[in-house]
Design a protein around this ligand. Structure first.
Ligand code: SF4
Length: 732
């Protein structure tokens, strides 16, 4: 039976919105001329420097549109020119760039409201990019800007307001508002909207108290949910962009855009977008209930599927399933989410998967006793904050999800970092004395939450965990608490970014899908487990390399356009299985080409679509190199993601591993110790990973050391002199 939660019974934080606004000091007021995009582009971007209080406009050139397209491409382009190879994440010149992309903001095709956020990451030291929902990007574009660059650091906490109705940008000191996002989003919406009918035209970007004291801070992008009468949140989670945001003393970015109408992109052929949009809308409405139930459960439908295939991360990725899975599986969330309410994070998204758990009564921390709506949890959050930390309790997951969001902490990085600390505790690398009294045992929800509260207060062991896995590895090894190699093997990070929540031990392609990414191991670039491990569709190294060429580039394209990936393959047409390459969902690829042509007026083939991404992707790889990373060694994964590190892990899948020894490695396991068998596996698995890298680098047009060749850079027109200057020393 579904329980009806009365979403109106929420704790309100807006009683004194007017008084708080009155306490603002306006530091700068700059007029601008609002304009709508033409064929998806406004052709200008906004630059704001918080140190010098400079506000200026830049032209978006034809070359930028041709080569970098939009979204993530624009973010990387601006960031490159803003920083030098010596820049650190907390230097004033580091930028946060927000770009929605040319297709963003259309309301015809489901999943079209995304913003791309790019900055130099505090975790990795290289550019990070995040794809996030909420209304900010589209409202900013409809106010007149394809991109926003924020550089410099304010002296005191400020709010930056882009008012696209009045044509005014202000920078204001905002001393009274709490930075925590569930309050900030609601308060600033009330402060800057002209009244309730205007709430939907306001979006707030914020990061909470813990983003300030950790490296895993996320950004929350809001959208107004008229039914609940609440500001809802979506996260630009990965890589610590929220940390950069608070380091710049940004309390909030606010955009008040014009009232939304159809065709605000001034599409080249609006009717084409309507026709193709109706097609996907019908599919979603017809088939979602039979396929993934995204409209009822969102991505949390994956929990028991991952468990069934031994792919759910349990106890810091040691295991792939757990007997208590039913306690956090999708039927629990289906009941816990309020049903029959529109949960789209942009207008017109019929997938509407941004589910909300209403009436959560907060049980710990500064908001104890408050009644809140929790945005989510999504699959990654259930797996990361739940199974990976041994917490099989939906209430603790909701509590932790709420605090991660409002404190501005990435649920994926926190889940993986906390799981790492818990395994260190299990193995005596940590103890109560070293954690300041916290018992980090598997399943200890209270200790898990206390880490977050400490992070928000900037004290205790929570701050250590908030530095991320790579920093913890270094610290624990330096203090002689654990063996460096073992810490390297079990710490689930590559390039400094924590793994997202899928087991990759039994899928070589997914090992590459994670570790060969530009920004670090995030599933939005390549998710190949089912193709590889379950369906065996890519058996050879060449097949895997082809998949690791196509899918990261195809997924990159969503980030250039301002699109959501979910309506691509979380719903499939009835005839998909009959297609030659069903994993690509070819009919939906054709839809995207149609949508692109409808809005921009430019016809594109599926090959040209991939080539658009390829230029940006290669540019990003060179960017990593410029910052002192990149190269083959940066793509090396922790062994926990490749094979069994410990005796317990081996024994949990002994039949499978013994069979592999016999059938694939050619060694009789009989009479051998587990330790011996682990060594044999490791040699075989690491060698296969090296061979995969060889095949992928070749397919991508890179050298053996993962450097894009001159020919590759020329082919995708990113052979700018300043790019060649970076790569040439590696190519001679
Ligand atoms: S599919 Fe879900 S995440 Fe994507 S745009 Fe729609 S509601 Fe947002």
């Amino acid at each position: 039976m579904t329980v009806a939660y009365d979403y109106r019974k929420r704790t309100s934080y807006t009683a004194d919105a007017g008084g708080k606004r009155a306490a603002h000091t306006v530091l700068l007021e700059a007029p601008f001329t609002p304009s709508l995009p033409f064929r998806g582009y406004t052709n200008r971007s906004l630059y704001i420097n918080l140190s010098t209080l400079e506000v200026s406009e830049k032209a978006v050139t034809e070359q930028m549109k041709e080569i970098f397209v939009g979204g993530r491409g624009f973010g990387l382009w601006y960031l490159w020119h803003a920083i030098t190879p010596a820049t650190k994440w907390n230097d004033p010149e580091n930028e946060i760039v927000i770009s929605p992309g040319p297709l963003a903001g259309n309301t015809q095709y489901s999943g079209s409201g995304k913003s791309l956020v790019v900055a130099l990451s505090p975790l990795t030291g290289i550019p990070i990019d995040c794809n996030v929902g909420g209304y900010f990007g589209p409202l900013m574009k409809f106010s007149g800007f394809d991109s926003l660059e924020i550089q410099g650091k304010a002296a005191k906490d400020v709010v930056v307001v882009i008012d696209g109705q009045r044509g005014i940008i202000t920078i204001e000191e905002a001393p009274e508002e709490a930075p925590d996002s569930h309050i900030a989003a609601e308060l600033f919406t009330h402060e800057y909207a002209s009244g309730p009918e205007d709430y939907r035209n306001v979006s707030v970007v914020s990061a909470g108290a813990a983003a300030e004291h950790s490296r895993i801070g996320c950004l929350n992008f809001s959208w107004w949910d008229p039914k609940r009468g609440a500001a809802r949140l979506k996260q630009a989670g990965r890589g610590g962009i929220g940390t950069v945001f608070r380091d710049k003393k940004l309390k909030a970015l606010v955009c008040r855009g014009p009232k939304l109408k159809a065709d605000m992109n001034q599409a080249a052929d609006f009717q084409r977008t309507v026709v193709v949009g109706k097609r996907i809308q019908k599919e979603i409405l017809d088939f979602d209930d039979q396929q993934n139930k995204m409209r009822k459960i969102g991505t949390a439908h994956l929990v028991e599927i991952m468990d069934a295939y031994d792919l759910l991360p349990v106890h810091n990725f040691q295991y792939g399933k757990h007997p208590d899975i039913d306690k956090i599986a999708s039927p629990v969330w289906e009941k816990r989410f309020t049903q029959g309410i529109f949960d789209g994070c942009w207008y017109g998204c019929h997938m509407a998967c941004s589910k909300g758990a209403d009436c959560h009564v907060v049980k710990t921390g500064p908001y104890q006793g408050h009644i809140v709506t929790v945005d989510g949890p999504e699959y990654e959050t259930v797996a990361g904050l739940g199974a990976n930390c041994g917490i099989f309790d939906s209430d603790w997951i909701l509590e932790s999800n709420f605090y991660c969001d409002t404190y501005g902490v990435d649920t994926i990085s926190f889940g993986t970092a906390c799981a790492f600390a818990m395994e260190c505790y299990q193995r005596g690398i940590l103890n109560k004395e070293r954690t300041g009294g916290l018992e980090l045992t598997w399943g200890n929800g209270e200790a898990h939450l206390e880490l977050l509260h400490q992070m928000a207060r900037g004290e205790g062991f929570g701050v250590t965990v908030g530095q991320g896995v790579r920093k913890m590895q270094g610290l624990f090894a330096e203090r002689g608490w654990g063996d460096r190699q073992f810490l390297t093997d079990i710490g689930m990070q590559v390039k400094g970014l924590e793994y997202s929540q899928y087991q990759s031990k039994e899928s070589l392609a997914q090992q590459g899908g994670y570790a060969l990414t530009n920004k670090g191991p995030q599933h939005d670039e390549a998710w190949l487990i089912f193709m590889d491990m379950v369906n065996n569709q890519i058996p050879t190294f060449e097949d895997k390399a082809e998949a690791l060429h196509y899918f990261p580039l195809f997924r990159t394209w969503f980030g250039l356009m301002g699109l959501c990936k979910l309506p691509w393959n979380d719903i499939e047409p009835e005839s998909n299985a009959q297609e030659k390459e069903p994993a690509k969902v070819p009919e939906h690829v054709r839809n995207y080409l149609e949508l692109y042509a409808g809005i921009t007026g430019k016809e594109l083939t599926s090959e040209q679509l991939i080539a658009q991404s390829e230029g940006v992707y290669n540019f990003q790889r060179v960017f990593n190199l410029r910052m002192g990373y990149g190269g083959r060694q940066s793509d090396w994964p922790p062994y926990r993601s490749v094979g069994p590190v410990t005796k317990e892990e081996y024994e949990s899948r002994a039949d499978r591993y013994d069979k592999q020894l016999r059938d694939l490695i050619g060694v009789d396991p009989a009479g051998r110790s587990v330790e011996e068998k682990i060594v044999l596996h490791r040699e075989w698995r690491e060698n296969r990973y090296k061979m995969l890298c060889d095949a992928v680098y070749k397919r991508r047009g890179w050298t053996d050391n993962a450097i894009p060749t001159l020919e590759t850079l020329r082919r995708f027109r990113v052979d700018f002199p300043f790019v060649l200057e970076v790569v040439k020393p590696y190519l001679t």
